[in-house]
Design a protein around this ligand. Structure first.
Ligand code: 5AD
Ligand code: FES
Length: 365
C-alpha cells in the first residue's frame, strides 16, 4: 500500500532506487489509473502551428536565442487540413501548439477554431503560450475546449532563470493565468520539466503539490532535454545550484508520472514525446504503464515538423502522421490497452458538466 500523506512520503518515493519497492509504485499508479480513467488511451493529434516565438526562454530550442533555425507559420488552410487528417485517423482531439507568435493573431486563430469545429466536430486544445485575456476569451467563444500551459517548475528562482521577462513581453503569472482559463470554461492542462539545472527533489514535491492545488484536467511531465542552441545547455554550471540535482532521466520522469496519478487520480496524463525521446523503444509504453492514459501523435506536416525543434532528436520527427498512427496503435495494443473513442474529457469535466445539467443553481459553462 502506498501512503502519500506528507511531503516527506512523496520525497521518499522520488529518491527510491530499490526496484522491488518501485514495482509497488508502478502497480499502485496503474491501479488508480484503471479505476479513475479506465483502459482507454486517448489520442490527441498535435499540430505544431508555428515555430516563431518572441520569448527568450533559456531551455527552449525555438526561443529567440536560436538564430540558426528557419522559421515557419502554418496557414489556416494547412491547419484545418491537418485537423481533417485527425478526423480520418479517428482521433478525438486536435492540439494547436506553437511558439508565442504575435502573427498567430486573435482572428486567425479564432477562424481556425471555428472551421475545425464546423468541419470536424473535434475537441480543440490550444497551447499558444501566455496570451491576453481578450484573445483567450475570443478563442473560447469560437469553440476552443482546452488550454495547455505548463508552469515548467514551481520554484520561482529557477522559473525566473529559464523564463526571463523580455522588454516587450512581460512574464505573466502562469498559475494565475491557469485559474483564469479555468474560469473562462477551458479544461486546463499544465506540467513541468524534470531535471532542470538547479532543480531539487523538494522542488519536484512542490510541483506535485501544485498539480493538486490547481485541480488540473491534464498534466504533462517530461525530462528537460538540453538543446545546444540554448543558454541553459551552453552553461549548465551557471544555472545549477550548489544543492542536490534532480536527474533528467527516464526513471525520475516515470516516478513523477506515477506520483501525479496517485495525487490527482482523475487527470489525463500523457506519455510525453520528451519521454519517448529519451527511450525511443519503450518510453511511450512505460509512460502508459506508470499512470499515463494519453498520447499526442504528431500531425504536423513533415517539412515543418523538423523545424519545431524544442529539443534535439525529438521522437517521431521523421515519421508521417500515418506511420505514427500505426506505430502507436501497435504499442497500445501490445500492452493490452484500447484506443479511446470521442473527445476524452477528464472525469472532473464530465462531473462538472453533469452538475451543470442537474443543478439549476449553477450557471451554464
Ligand atoms: N526539453 C524538454 N522539454 C521542453 N519543452 C520545451 N523545450 C524543452 C526542452 N529543451 C517543453 C516545455 C513546454 C512544452 C511545449 O515543451 O515544457 O511547455
Ligand atoms: Fe511516431 Fe512510433 S509514434 S513512430
Amino acid at each position: 500500500m502506498i501512503e502519500l500523506r506528507s511531503d516527506h512520503d512523496i520525497r521518499t518515493w522520488l529518491v527510491e532506487r530499490d526496484e522491488s519497492r518501485l514495482e509497488t509504485l508502478w502497480e499502485a499508479a496503474d491501479q488508480v489509473r484503471r479505476a479513475h480513467v479506465g483502459e482507454e488511451v486517448h489520442l490527441r493529434g498535435l499540430i505544431e502551428v508555428s515555430n516563431r516565438c518572441r520569448r527568450a526562454c533559456t531551455y527552449c530550442g525555438i526561443s529567440v536565442h536560436n538564430k540558426a533555425i528557419e522559421r515557419y507559420r502554418m496557414t489556416a488552410d494547412e491547419i484545418v487540413d491537418c485537423a481533417r487528417r485527425a478526423l480520418d485517423l479517428g482521433f478525438g482531439t486536435v492540439v494547436l501548439q506553437g511558439g508565442e507568435d504575435p502573427g498567430l493573431t486573435a482572428s486567425m486563430v479564432a477562424g481556425c477554431i471555428t472551421r475545425i469545429k464546423q468541419e470536424t466536430g473535434l475537441a480543440v486544445t490550444l497551447s499558444l503560450g501566455e496570451r491576453t485575456d481578450e484573445e483567450l476569451t475570443r478563442w473560447r467563444e469560437a469553440g476552443a475546449d482546452r488550454y495547455l500551459l505548463r508552469f515548467e517548475t514551481s520554484n520561482p528562482a529557477i522559473y525566473a532563470r529559464i523564463h526571463p521577462a523580455a522588454p516587450n513581453c512581460p512574464s505573466l503569472d502562469r498559475l494565475a493565468l491557469l485559474r483564469r482559463l479555468d474560469r473562462l470554461g477551458y479544461e486546463i492542462g499544465s506540467g513541468v520539466m524534470v531535471g532542470i539545472p538547479g532543480q531539487t527533489w523538494d522542488d519536484l514535491v512542490q510541483d506535485l503539490r501544485t498539480f493538486q492545488s490547481l485541480d488540473l484536467d491534464m498534466i504533462g511531465i517530461g525530462p528537460w532535454l538540453p538543446h545546444p542552441a540554448t543558454p541553459l545547455a551552453q552553461d549548465i554550471e551557471a544555472f545549477a545550484g550548489p544543492t542536490e540535482q534532480v536527474f533528467n532521466d527516464r526513471l525520475t520522469t516515470l516516478k513523477m508520472v506515477a506520483l501525479a496519478r496517485l495525487l490527482v487520480p482523475d487527470a489525463n496524463l500523457p506519455a510525453t514525446t520528451a519521454l519517448a525521446t529519451i527511450d525511443k523503444d519503450q518510453g511511450r509504453e512505460l509512460g502508459l504503464m506508470s499512470g499515463g492514459n494519453v498520447i499526442m501523435p504528431n500531425l504536423t506536416p513533415p517539412k515543418y515538423r523538423v523545424l519545431y525543434e524544442l529539443y534535439p532528436d525529438k521522437a517521431c520527427v521523421n515519421e508521417t502522421a500515418e506511420e505514427c498512427d500505426v506505430c502507436l496503435r501497435g504499442r497500445i495494443a501490445r500492452i493490452g490497452r484500447t484506443v479511446g473513442e470521442g473527445p476524452g474529457q477528464s472525469p472532473k469535466q464530465r462531473r462538472t458538466a453533469a452538475m451543470t445539467i442537474t443543478d439549476p443553481t449553477r450557471g451554464a459553462a
